[in-house]
Design a protein around this ligand. Sequence first.
Ligand SMILES: [Zn+2]
Length: 468
Amino acid sequence: MHIISHGAAQTVTGSCHILEAGGLKILLDCGFFQGKGVEMSVKNRNFPFDPKEIDFVLLSHAHIDHSGNLPQLVKKGFKGKIFCTHATYELAELLLLDSAAIQMADTDYINQKRAKEGRPFIEPLYNDTDVYECLQYFEVTEYARDIVLNKAVQFSFTNTGHIIGSAAIHVSVYNEKGKKKVFTYTGDIGRYKNRILDFPEDIPQSDFIMLEGTYGDREHDEIDTVEKKLLKYVEETCLIKKGKLIIPAFSVGRTQEIIYVLNNLSETGKLPPIDVFVDSPMAVNATEIMRRHAYLFNPEIRKIMESEDPDPFGFNRLHYIKDVKDSIALNKRTAPCIIISSSGMMEGGRVKHHLKHNIENENNSILITGYCEPSTLGGRIQSGDKQVSIYGRTYDVNANVLTLNALSAHADVNELMEYVTVGDLVKVKKLLLVHGLPQSLLSLKGRCERTGFKDVIVSEPHKAYELA
Ligand SMILES: [Zn+2]
């Protein structure tokens, strides 16, 4: 039995690990490397293994850095089943189709350039037809159900509370004498204080654990500060300065969290009487998926939904926008309002249009609610650039730039330790750390060793680790 990480090894994207056990090759996630440049594109285009040799895929959750390369896996000959939870399946469909659309648009743009240079055209990594083909291989299961893969191997999922449907994967492998070894892959771990989702579930006693370490060296701000801060920003921008508050946010998870905070402010009469627009067709669809899987919400919000407020993603003056015409109409609007729109890093989506129309007005504010890669438009705005280029034109950044950093969907170092220190630590023969930058994983390694784990490894890319 051994494990190889072909992605998310000393980096945060491209999650893709092969577990060889009980005569099977099991792929744990098959995600995209994200970021700019030719190197990423090359990594995403070329699997360092033969997809035809993979027997099963176990998918931890729908985020593109965990699921984005599945259509290509199928395109290149994978014929097995892709197991995930029901909510993950629905979100993956949404996100993979969006990913296909982005790739087709990117390829068109590149091919226009290539045509001028007389160079041959390139193909998109996959298109929507490939996504629909890939979805045929999905097999939906639920948490805590044992699924038998062959006579020596079975697995189950537990909830990690990271996004709706997210799971840790526990693979049980039996030897000829019937002795069991458990390998746990945590996928991405959520928060123990979460407004909407249920909290991460305890993992079973495991012999080997592969743990994510995105924030292995960081503690998050207290989540309780979010409501107060957001209200302050709304009042300063919309009441005092009569401006617009633009909130770039990822459509899945982050948008719903912000809506829920605003919903609470509205329900308690604290939110000033201003209109709130959610301008992103994907966010509208993702919100619908979350509503359908409300049984996965935490007990507190479920109780509120049963008694006081049946729809935590809807309140007076909240408007969901799908139609492009309605989105464009917001540009002409002069009254103060809040606009929540994707993408979070401001590289694509409708938020770029809202920035273009609002960034030069000093009465407006841009509220950054998540991590922005430094090279992205969001990253440049966050780092204080006074001028930025949007759709080829330079704009002065006169709007106020604000941040809200307590909304992370990832556990911080204390939460990671709480998650991984269940059961008997001495029985864990190997703890492999992935999904983090080197400094974060090294810091987490030290913390794990001091806590009592014997063999803690920061996984190296493409290196096989024996699990014995
Ligand atoms: Zn994730």
